[in-house]
Design a protein. Structure first.
Lengths: 496, 502
């Protein structure tokens, strides 16, 4: 068992420094350097050609759309865009990389020197961006025959090169300093803000659980804010927002224990394990390969014209923190309400629901309560829960029109999620409409009065607040499908 | 039959188009010639007898149906085995790729097929084009038709020897440091290295991507130009391919006119280390050009001195990376796959067994030159020299329209003579390497036999990038003048090969 120091104590004694590397898989139709499709889920090796298989004689050509996406990401991160840059070869032998070099960028990235503002507890942290560069993804190995699915103990490995050559943008931050105890939250907020930005740009599906967006977290500790940086570890396999925060927190706690024990933190990569909430040692960095980078001679340099860059700047979406501020005001939410909305990842669904015509507070209510609970139960993202913003708006309209009440609305949601159709269809099919027909209600009220003579007597005697018990009885009889306000009116009429 | 073999490609193309000859009989004549003499020459690694005849018949049928094809339709060609071609093996002269079949055609291959050029087979070469004598082939050396004890040069010795031995009127070579031009000089054939980017590299198994350039090989200047025109032009599959029209090479090859042209003799490319017979032939040719109305100037390119050193860093660096894909996991020869070795061991064993000594030497040098801490001193410095050489060329082309030198310091050397001395071997390429480093156009034309050994001498012409046509103007003028003196093409003076009597 790894020794850990309590987090508060750890950040009391040490100053954490963090660097984050995020790989974004672009959603271009074809690969980075050939015309093969990038569609997910095709039969293994069905989306390959001589270029992405690295066959003798084949050579790459650059996907212009991927360059455009890279520039837009760079601009959205407030980066400088290189006037001229080259690809480079990163040389190492690995079975899932058929050329045995990866085409990447080295000292001439397409975008550099930017920043992204992220908000934690109402406070803005500016995360400085070192660079964003273009590269190609590798293939995928499946190790067969072992107990763990890892290469150790496997009898053989299967290779799928469909992913090989899919365009990636790697975004690297400068060292993030001064976040102190908030470091794990800043990490999460950064990845989340970046993910939202990428989504808003429309350049990637940006779904962490599908590996469209992958994060490596570099963490080190130092004695104080003016000391030199300590030895860092690079934690890989951090594949959810929650994991980003937990992994950084864990590394702070673990490294503090190592340092407290008078030992040195090893320069190494570490693997994050979601199940145990801990990291384990990967490969030591000392023996890391010398990648022998050199400019890729098969590709001419990329030289985006300033006109093109400015034209792309015109296509950028509103910066995420600015958008949140604008929406808080427009929707009339309190800071606290908006913070919950952001934390629940509900900004986009609410925005779309409001756009469909729903009152902001009503939209917030459905997304943050009923739908959030169901998404949580299903273990999916809010947007995947199975109800569209338009359906939420229709639902609220049925409530506003008094066709159903809030309680019945929950059953309507169940119906929509069960695939029974649009909210109105569910109401019809399940017979959920509220009864406001006086004939039926009057009979039910009479029954309730007859069954509860004591309570009826109290109301006759002026204790109108006792009507609640009779209303309850009526609602019970009507299986909840009664207009409660009308029931109250009828009781008061009959007993006065 | 001999009559067919000695005709030029242009003549054969015209005869086939006019119905005076069929492609099938022309192709058959060359296949028979290969049968007769290639046991001595060993120009071919693979002869595609059936495929060639089938292609020939298809061209004949199209012509019979009234289709108008290009000027070389139906004419046979020998393809350097570094180019992929569906249906036949592609080995790049390496045991590593013994039996390998590529699933796609190189752009050059495809353009030849589209033009109706008949591909007879694949020619021998130094392994992965590393060498200057074809002795580094994994499948044994090729012999020079002028003297079977001598090398035909390299790496494209097979293509040059096939053309010189009348086994094919046309061939494709690739030139990284002289692999088209030096074999041209050694065998008395014409070889052109087009401007870098002029001919697509897609499907050429890469040696050094920033230097490699495919080009035409033939016995006459016009044939070379006609072939050049077929294979050149923009290819979207090669990022470094030039997106502009091919220079008017065929018109230039027909012009034969150098009057008023300024011809720059590079002072650094001559003197010590150059054979007297080579220098004499070179001097005679320069005088000839002056007589034909050209203006002769002297130019100095001081940085050419460093070209060889820069080349032997840039080339190994790029090839160490380009050859990483040959690890027997997905294709090629696999060694040690017996259940007792890991994938990594199989990679090592396969590369150890599949690659020859010269390939290993260059991979090791290149890996070292790119290593952290050495990059700036080696690869970085070499790139700076490359820039200086480009500047030398720029300055020289201010004073001259083309530059000239001997193609090689000596005529063809003996088989086995330099195999133990890599540096002596590398020095063969002194004159040809600068053009690869600068990416401009250059060519070797046969200008007679050396008084020293009666072996052919090549005259090297260098033109600015995108001005490939100037090479052909010089070449055609010399060819016209020389054939008057010689009473026919130089190769008509080559000794008769003994197999031909069979």
């Amino acid at each position: 068992m790894t020794d850990l120091v309590d987090f508060d104590e750890a950040v009391d004694r040490y100053d954490p420094v963090m660097g984050l590397e995020v790989h974004v898989e672009l959603n271009t139709a074809s690969k980075m350097f050939c015309g093969c499709s990038t569609a997910f889920g095709a039969a293994p090796n069905s989306q390959t050609c001589p270029v992405c298989l690295g066959l003798p004689g084949a050579m790459p050509t650059v996907n212009g759309k991927a360059v455009e996406s890279a520039i837009r990401i760079g601009l959205a991160l407030n980066c400088e865009i290189a006037e001229w840059c080259r690809f480079a070869r990163k040389n190492y032998f690995y079975p899932d990389m058929p050329k045995n070099y990866q085409i990447s960028q080295y000292d001439e990235p397409i975008a550099f020197d930017g920043y992204l503002d992220v908000e934690v507890d109402g406070e803005i942290h500016r995360v400085e961006i070192e660079r964003a560069h273009m590269e190609e993804d590798t293939g995928k190995s499946t190790h067969v025959g072992g107990a763990t699915g890892r290469i150790q103990g496997a009898s053989h490995s299967l290779m799928d090169f469909n992913r090989c050559g899919v365009p990636l943008i790697e975004i690297v931050t400068k060292p993030i300093v001064g976040a102190g105890a908030k470091t794990p939250e800043v990490a999460r907020a950064y990845v989340k803000t970046l993910r939202d930005l990428i989504k808003a740009l429309g350049v990637s599906e940006a779904r962490m659980e599908q590996g469209n967006l992958r994060c490596d977290a570099n963490v080190s500790l130092r004695a104080s804010a003016d000391a030199e940086f300590g030895t860092r570890t690079e934690t890989k396999n951090v594949n959810s927002l929650r994991s980003v925060e937990r992994a950084v927190r864990h590394e702070v706690e673990r490294q503090a224990a190592v340092l407290d024990a008078g030992q040195d933190v090893a320069l190494e990569t570490r693997m994050w394990h979601e199940d145990t909430g801990a990291t384990t040692a990967g490969r030591p960095k000392e023996s890391a390969e010398d990648y022998r980078y050199f400019p890729e001679p098969d590709l001419v340099p990329v030289a985006p014209s300033r006109e093109w860059v400015e034209q792309l700047r015109g296509t950028l979406p509103e910066p995420p923190t600015q958008r949140i501020r604008r929406l808080t005001e427009a929707w009339g939410f309190s800071e606290l309400e908006m913070r919950d909305v952001v934390a629940a990842d509900a900004v986009d669904p609410i925005a779309e629901t409001v756009e469909a015509g729903c009152a902001p507070q009503s939209a917030r209510k459905w997304w943050l309560t009923e739908l959030a609970r169901r998404a949580n139960e299903q273990g999916v993202e809010l947007t995947e829960v199975g109800m569209t913003p338009q359906q939420v708006e229709s639902l609220q309209k049925l409530v506003d029109d008094k066709v159903i009440n809030d309680k019945l609305a929950r059953q309507v949601i169940d119906g929509v999620l069960a695939g029974e159709g649009e909210p109105a269809e569910v109401v019809d099919a399940r017979g959920l409409a509220v009864v406001s027909d006086d004939g039926a209600l009057s009979a039910a009220v009479d029954d309730a009065i007859a069954a509860n003579p004591d309570i009826a007597e109290k109301i006759r005697g002026g204790k109108v607040q006792a009507a609640g018990a009779l209303i309850g009885a009526v609602m019970k009889q009507m299986k909840g499908q009664a207009d409660a306000a009308r029931v109250r009116e009828l009781i008061v009429e009959k007993l006065s | 039959m001999t009559e067919i073999l000695h005709r030029t490609a242009a003549e054969l193309g015209a005869d086939i188009a006019a119905g005076r000859l069929t492609s099938e009989e022309v192709t058959r004549a060359h296949l028979d010639r290969i049968d007769a003499v290639d046991a001595d020459i060993r120009a071919f690694l693979h002869v595609d007898r059936e495929g060639a005849l089938e292609q020939a018949r298809s061209v004949d049928a199209r012509i019979a149906a009234g289709e108008r094809l290009g000027p070389l339709a139906g004419v046979p060609l020998a393809l350097k085995d570094v180019m992929t071609q569906v249906g036949v093996p592609t080995t790049a002269g390496s045991k590593m790729l013994e039996g390998y079949h590529a699933p796609y055609n190189a752009t050059v291959t495809q353009r030849l097929l589209d033009a109706g050029v008949v591909i007879l087979g694949k020619t021998n070469m130094d392994e992965f084009a590393m060498g200057s004598s074809t002795e580094n082939s994994g499948f044994g050396p090729t012999h020079n038709p002028w003297n079977l004890e001598r090398t035909p040069g390299g790496s494209g010795g097979g293509s040059a020897a096939a053309v010189a031995a009348f086994e094919a009127p046309l061939a494709i070579g690739t030139d990284t440091g002289g692999s088209i031009r030096q074999p041209g000089a050694f065998t008395g054939t014409v070889g052109v290295k087009p401007t870098y980017g002029g001919v697509s590299r897609y499907g050429q198994i890469a040696l050094a991507s920033s230097l490699d350039q495919p080009g035409p090989v033939a016995r006459t200047v016009l044939d070379t130009a006609l072939l050049h025109e077929i294979i050149a032009g923009h290819d979207p599959l090669d990022s470094t391919s030039l997106d502009e029209p091919t220079p008017p090479v065929v018109d230039a090859a027909r012009s034969g006119d150098v009057s008023g042209m300024r011809i720059g003799v590079v002072t650094e490319l001559g003197g010590e280390g150059y054979a007297p017979g080579v220098e004499a032939a070179f001097g005679r040719t320069v005088d000839q050009l002056a007589d034909l109305g050209a203006e002769i100037v002297e130019v100095s390119c001081p940085n050419f001195e460093y070209a060889l050193a820069a080349y032997y860093l840039i080339l190994p660096a790029e090839c160490s990376s380009n050859l990483a894909r040959f690890e027997a996991m997905r294709f090629g020869r696999r060694v040690g796959d017996d259940g007792t070795h890991s994938a990594e061991d199989v990679m090592k064993l396969s590369r150890g067994a599949g690659f020859g000594a010269e390939v290993k030497r260059r991979i090791i040098i290149g890996t070292y030159a790119l290593s952290a801490g050495y990059y700036d001193a080696y690869y970085g410095s070499a790139q700076k020299i490359r820039t200086l050489i480009q500047r030398d060329f720029d300055a020289a082309f201010e004073k001259a329209d083309v530059l000239v030198s001997p193609t090689t310091p000596t005529t063809a050397f003996g088989l086995g003579e330099r195999t133990d001395d890599p540096l002596a071997m590398y020095k063969n390429d002194l004159c040809t390497i600068p053009s690869n480093l600068a990416g401009n156009a250059s060519a070797s034309f046969p200008v007679g036999l050396s008084e020293d050994d009666q072996m052919p001498v090549g005259f090297h012409v260098m033109a600015p990038a995108r001005a490939d046509d100037r090479l052909y103007r010089v070449g055609s003028a010399l060819e016209r003048a020389n054939e008057e003196v010689w009473g026919g093409p130089l190769l008509s003076r080559a000794p008769e090969l003994k197999g031909a009597a069979k």
